[in-house]
Design a protein around this ligand. Structure first.
Ligand SMILES: Nc1ncnc2c1ncn2[C@@H]1O[C@H](COP(=O)(O)OP(=O)(O)OP(=O)(O)O)[C@@H](O)[C@H]1O
Ligand SMILES: [Mg+2]
Length: 309
């Protein structure tokens, strides 16, 4: 099947008083993708999404979204896209049903279609039993699902979600992603920003943004493959000393910490596993669980950002 571009960024740039927040992005997103924009705090995720949603003007470059130039004609995309902001965007005093009706009014969803859609979205968001509850009194996870339902009231082709699951418990997070998967199967193009690497793994493609620039953009499997060397994992007794020691060893490319684990990237795991064990023993540092493991997205991203620096 021919891949059909639905978002095309052309040197998309935004500066705030001379400081560049989004720096010449040239990404193409295809119809039906779940595209993940991943990056640390302040990397430029929200600004990128605002530019693409036509809420903010670029200072340079532009993007074509659903056939319209967002810099020249931001109004034209309004009915084609949905946008879920990073912050709470509901009316806390209104009930679940009132919020949906409010958004239906804004987007002029009328007639018999309106009730059917609201009912469907309530089911979709698993909120049917909570229609009378005020938005402010919903759990965090339920608020996010309601915000998503509101952003879908006009049946947009593209939905922009800015960190939709940040601060939400793991069970609700999973449920939210199940809903996204259903949307994806319906053919909606999803552009989602997230700081969570397990979510990045669920995207069809991910772009890593850092200091306003895209460092890599590829399918998750390819991104994982971008780390240099092999990965050894171990749990040392003396974390700091072990780390310092690893950094001096021959064949060690990079050391990362991961909870109480040390991740040591080496040129060749088979050869260096013994070197690492020997060095630790000689230094009198106890350790357990030394083994080779497969790098995940998380290690890849940290590594790629370090290389960038
Ligand atoms: N309205 C604004 N005025 C001035 N600077 C801004 C404005 N909005 C964003 N910035 C700056 O632009 C950079 C990118 O911010 P942005 O909010 O896009 O990052 P982010 O990746 O969404 O971060 P977070 O993970 O915190 O949500 C930051 O340095 C931020 O301080
Ligand atoms: Mg943000």
């Amino acid at each position: 099947m021919e891949r059909q571009p639905i978002i095309e960024m052309r040197d998309l740039t935004r500066a705030f008083r001379g400081r560049v927040a989004v720096d010449h992005l040239n990404l193409t997103i295809y119809r039906g993708e779940i595209f993940g924009l991943v990056g640390p705090d302040g990397a430029g995720k929200t600004t990128t999404i605002r530019l693409l949603a036509g809420i903010m003007r670029p200072t340079e470059g532009t993007a074509i979204v659903a056939g319209h130039d967002v810099a020249r004609d931001p109004e034209a995309i309004k009915t084609r896209i949905g946008y879920m902001a990073q912050q709470f965007s509901l009316y806390g005093d209104l009930t679940v049903l009132e919020n949906l009706n409010f958004f239906a009014d804004i987007y002029e969803v009328r007639g018999p279609e309106r009730e059917a859609r609201i009912e469907r979205l309530l089911r979709f968001a698993r909120l049917t039993e909570f229609t009378g509850r005020r938005a402010a009194h919903l759990s965090g996870g339920m608020q996010k699902k309601l915000a998503l339902a509101c952003a879908l009231i006009h049946q947009p082709e593209i939905i922009f979600l800015d960190e939709p699951t940040t601060g939400v418990d793991p069970v609700s997070r999973r449920e939210f992603w199940e809903i996204l998967t259903e949307l994806h199967l319906e053919g909606v193009t999803i552009f989602v920003s997230t700081p969570y690497m397990d979510e990045a793994e669920r995207c069809s493609r991910v772009g890593l943004i850092y200091e306003g620039r895209i460092i890599v953009c590829d399918v998750p499997g390819k991104v994982r493959g971008m780390v240099q060397g092999d990965l050894l994992e171990l749990r040392p007794d003396d974390f700091r000393r072990a780390r310092q020691l690893m950094e001096t060893l021959e064949g060690v490319l990079e050391v990362q910490t991961y909870g109480d684990l040390l991740h040591v990237f080496v040129d060749d795991a088979d050869r260096r596993q013994e070197t690492v064990a020997k060095a630790l023993r000689e230094a009198g540092i106890g350790f357990t669980g030394l083994r080779q493991t497969r790098p995940r997205m998380e290690e890849a991203f940290i590594s790629l950002i370090r290389r960038q620096e």
